[in-house]
Design a protein. Sequence first.
Length: 194
Amino acid sequence: MPPGAEPPPHLPARVGRIGIVARWKPVHLGHAAVLEALVDRAGEALIGVGSTNRYDLRNPFSPEESEEMVRLVLGDRRGYRLLRVPDLGHGPRWRSMIEALFGPLDLFVTGNAYVGNLLGGAYRIAHPLWLIPPERRIALDATRVRLEMARGDGWRGLVPPAVARYLDGAGLVERFRREFGEGTLEGRAPGPGG
C-alpha cells in the first residue's frame, strides 16, 4: 500500500478486539505509532511478540526484552495483552496457531501481504497505516534501527526515548553489537526462520 493511502471507508473507528504480530526487535518510532493506535482504537488489543523461539541476527532481543519495550511505549494505557508467538514458518500450521492464540477478532493488523492472505479467511485484515493518522506515520523498519545500532549511536533518534534508555541501561546495545554487530554490518542472511 502506498504510504499516503487512506483506509477503506468501511473500516470502523473503534473495534472490540484487534490483533497484530510483529517481532518488535527493537520497538522503534513507527512501531510506537502502530501500538498506540491499536490500543487507542480497541476495547482489547492482542499484541503478538513474534519469533519468540529465535535468537539470531533478526531476533537479537529476548521475548521478555521485546515485551518490556512494548510496555514502555504503551505506558499507562490499558486494554492490551501480550502474546508470545513462536516462529513456525508462515503456513497453515502458523495460521492455526494464530487462530488458537488470538481467538475471534474484529481486525487483524498486518502490513505483510502473505500474512494478510493467509489469515484473510479467518479475520478481517487491516493495514497498520489505516489505523494511524497521516501526521503520525513514520516510514521506518527495525532492520534499519539494528543497522544504526551496529554502526554506532545514530539509532537513538529512531526509537522512543524510553526504549533508548532501556536498551542502554540494560546493556542490550552493547550485547547486540558484541553478538550481532559484525553480521548486521556485513548484511549476513539470517538462518532459517530468522
